[in-house]
Design a protein around this ligand. Structure first.
Ligand SMILES: Cc1cc2nc3c(=O)[nH]c(=O)nc-3n(C[C@H](O)[C@H](O)[C@H](O)COP(=O)(O)OP(=O)(O)OC[C@H]3O[C@@H](n4cnc5c(N)ncnc54)[C@H](O)[C@@H]3O)c2cc1C
Length: 440
């Protein structure tokens, strides 16, 4: 389900709206709403297809990690299954076992940050309603006074409703279907017929581990960091973790890179986790003010935003997830194209752009790419050339700026490692080994 328009209400007034689709020339829309079970289903289907193609993947359901021992050259796991326990030794372990991470617990590692006490009710309802496909966020609405609410459309005729309930509530009572129905009816009005699909109550935390790499154990996703749901940063950042980690781990296992490359996983993704935690904590503080003064500030901003342009950027109903630019990463080569666009500087995720016959990101593949704009692509072992002799308007705007031509070294996770106005193959080879973790 694609959406671009977000509306913000304060009480019964619409005070502000924003359009996410700021730019054309992207294959993907700005945002997609997709239930996590669809994503998981598709991921399992993909694993099955890889298995069928001969990849060595084992999917083991109902196998629970019950114990972990980290040694210098391997990790030993005790696994419980309905048929009894067994032990395996792994060269590497990627712990993506969620916010409660038993692996993190077993290794006695901390998870520090802020815990928020407000409770939120999620009600997924099915209804045939005339609401447009937009994100609607309410502060202090008449149907949930003093609290907030969010309405979002999902695929399959499902609407997600989030209602803030406050602190110190009776969770079991609040989950009773009759009570939830009454709340939803108050929100949607008496004439809208709906069915409850799923109900849950959640609180949240903004926390992270101190290090994401502990020898041969690498933490990813909620196991490593957790944010509030405002901003859709949880699953998105978990997927970005795996984008960042998979090619590095593959290069280390294949002997193409030193183990030190894995420290850059920690450094880069810690930077991303901190960015996400900061953004999500700010949203949470705006949505659920913790003091009379913060509430006065929040309400004044909302009041003003209806009439005054300057107040609108201060409205924070969740700043939506964007990939992190890894400025300062040890894998980057200093910018050799300073007149180029800032958005595609070393460390940045590659912006997509039309590139006949399709789009750029589809052309990047899974290895290092040497993209040459307005010039032939030099041959450098370990890179695949991508020559763009006559870049279109979007490619020019996103990769050249005022420069007449450029060379980009792009990592397997589609982040820029280096760029130049021109470079000799030896310079490019040095940047490549730096991007693979060699000490410069
Ligand atoms: C209300 C709500 C709304 C959200 N909305 C969004 C959103 O719009 N966008 C977004 O990007 N994110 C959203 N998130 C966050 C998102 O759901 C999480 O960030 C994401 O699910 C984390 O994925 P994960 O794979 O790291 O962990 P999980 O999804 O928690 O998966 C962990 C897995 O590890 C398994 N496991 C645990 N212990 C063991 C063990 N001992 N042995 C073997 N396996 C084990 C579990 O069974 C589970 O399958 C939302 C979260 C909430 C609560």
């Amino acid at each position: 389900m694609q959406w671009n328009l977000g509306k913000v209400f304060f009480g019964d007034r619409k005070v502000y709206e924003f359009n996410l689709l700021a730019e054309t020339g992207h294959r993907r829309p700005a945002f997609i709403n997709l239930q996590q079970y669809h994503l998981e289903h598709d991921m399992v289907a993909r694993l099955r297809a890889l298995q069928a193609a001969g990849a060595s993947i084992d999917l083991r359901g109902a196998h629970r990690v019950a114990g972990v021992e980290a040694a210098g050259d391997h990790v030993a796991l005790d696994i419980d299954t309905p048929e009894g326990p067994y032990r395996i030794e792994a060269e590497w372990l990627v712990a993506c076992d969620g916010a409660g991470s038993p692996v993190r617990e077993a290794l006695g590692l901390g998870f520090a940050g802020r815990v928020f006490e407000d409770n939120f009710l999620i009600a997924d309802v099915t209804m045939q309603a005339e609401f447009p496909t937009e994100r609607w966020f309410w502060f202090d609405p008449p149907f949930n006074p003093g609290q907030s609410a969010l309405l979002h459309k999902q695929p399959d005729g499902v609407w997600r409703i989030d209602l803030q309930l406050g602190r110190d509530i009776d969770r079991e009572r609040e989950k009773e279907p009759g009570r939830v129905r009454a709340r939803v009816r108050q929100m949607l009005g008496p004439d809208v017929a709906f069915e409850l699909e799923w109900v849950s109550i959640y609180t949240f935390q903004c926390r992270r581990m101190e290090r994401f790499r502990h020898g041969r154990v690498l933490f990813a996703g909620d196991a490593a960091h957790q944010v509030s749901p405002f901003g859709a940063r949880g699953a998105n950042s978990g997927i970005q973790d795996t984008d960042n980690l998979a090619w590095k781990l593959a290069a280390v296992i294949a002997g193409e890179a030193p183990e030190a490359l894995l420290d850059s996983y920690h450094a880069e993704r810690l930077q991303a986790a901190d960015e996400n935690i900061l953004a999500s904590t700010r949203s949470t503080d705006f949505i659920t003010p913790k003091s009379a003064m913060s509430r006065t500030f929040r309400d004044a901003v909302l009041d003003l935003s209806e009439r005054c342009e300057f107040a609108r950027p201060l409205v924070n109903s969740g700043r939506l997830s964007v990939p992190t630019i890894h400025d300062g990463s040890a894998l980057n080569t200093p910018d050799g194209l300073p007149e180029g666009p800032a958005r595609s500087r070393p460390g940045a995720p590659c912006p997509d752009a039309p590139l006949e016959p399709g789009f750029l990101l589809d052309r990047l593949g899974h290895g290092f790419v040497l993209m040459a704009l307005g010039m032939p692509a030099p041959e450098v072992p370990g890179t695949a050339p991508l020559a763009v002799p006559a870049p279109g308007d979007e490619m020019r705007a996103r990769y050249l700026g005022d420069a007449p031509r450029a060379l980009y070294l792009i990592r397997p996770d589609q982040h820029v490692a280096a760029r130049w106005a021109d470079a000799a193959p030896a310079t490019i080879a040095t940047a490549l080994s730096r991007a693979l973790g060699a000490t410069p």
